[in-house]
Design a protein around this ligand. Structure first.
Ligand SMILES: C[S@@+](CC[C@H](N)C(=O)[O-])C[C@H]1O[C@@H](n2cnc3c(N)ncnc32)[C@H](O)[C@@H]1O
Length: 278
């Protein structure tokens, strides 16, 4: 799979059975994103605090393969929410992603509904959620559509609801690498959307969020794993690690990330949360 179509179309082509090997290489490093964000706040309190009549309804925007709810469960969410049922709606344009997410969900989660759609296209009748979250999810949405995407997510919450978007900033590996790759190998590609644009889009929807910034590193010594991770970062497996290392802005960026025989990449990630007025 190469640099064909828009970033959103290439994302969809990779979130498919054919892209499973790339997905697995990606999560050899990216699993740290989920460990960090789950440790970053008391998500059980967020869920309990927005529950009504013993249940909380959650919209998981761009659910991917369900790494976020799976990590919450692994870290003891079932005990932490007490008896609260967490009824989750899975939203993703990829049927592969929805099936993967469904297959990893465990108590306290129960699937309430599935929406095979882009968040921008979610029918207006779907709403009233207590909680909506999008975790490392909105990068492929074109910068000129992120306003519509976040506005739709905000509108899906009930009065008094809680929203969360966890998204890498322009200073993080995801955005820096995608920018360098675009300059060197894919000048026609639609740029990735960063946390700054998400925050501007929320401000345009009159949301005043709280923001906590996480800083951590991810790395691997195995070049094949690093190659798979980097290719998946840009949804393009046509350029080898060797070629990335030797050309233009990507080569210069990677030279700064060398760590012995392997690589370490710096992540700077915003945890953006807001409460809807009751
Ligand atoms: C990295 S995954 C998200 C990870 C996920 N939050 C988790 O917990 O594992 C990105 C997902 O975004 C989805 N996606 C791409 N464009 C989208 C859009 N416009 N609206 C909603 N989801 C989208 C992709 O299909 C993919 O499944």
């Amino acid at each position: 799979m190469s640099q064909q179509g828009t970033t959103e179309q290439r994302s969809l082509a990779h979130w498919a059975e054919d892209g499973r090997a790339g997905m697995e290489a990606f999560y050899a490093l990216a699993i740290e994103d989920y460990r960090q964000m789950v440790a970053a706040r008391d998500w059980a309190a967020d869920l309990r605090g927005h529950a009504a009549e013993g249940r909380v309804r959650v919209l998981d925007v761009a659910c991917g393969s369900g790494k976020f709810p799976a990590e919450l469960t692994r870290r003891g969410l079932a005990d932490a929410v007490g008896g609260t049922r967490v009824e989750i709606d899975l939203l993703d344009p990829s049927p592969f992603s929805i099936a993967e997410a469904r297959s990893v969900l465990d108590a306290p989660f129960g699937v309430r509904a599935e929406h095979e759609a882009r968040i921008q296209d979610l029918p207006t009748g779907v709403g009233g959620f207590d909680v909506a979250w999008a975790t490392h999810a909105l990068y492929a949405i074109p910068p000129d559509e992120i306003g519509a995407a976040t506005a739709r997510m905000v509108a899906a919450l009930r009065p008094g609801g809680f929203g969360a978007i966890v998204h890498a900033t322009a200073a993080s590996h995801y955005l820096r690498f995608a920018g360098a790759f675009r300059t060197t190998f894919a000048p026609a590609a639609v740029p990735f959307t960063g946390a700054g644009q998400v925050r501007e889009a929320l401000a345009s929807a009159s949301v005043v969020p709280a923001v906590a910034t996480l800083r951590y590193e991810v790395g691997h010594a195995d070049r094949a794993v690093v190659e798979g991770f980097l290719q998946r970062c840009v949804f393009d497996d046509s350029v080898s690690l060797e070629r990335m290392e030797s050309e233009g802005a990507v080569g210069a960026y990677l030279a700064g990330c060398l760590d012995g025989d392997g690589y370490r990449f710096s992540q700077v990630v915003d945890v953006i949360t807001w409460e809807v007025a009751a």
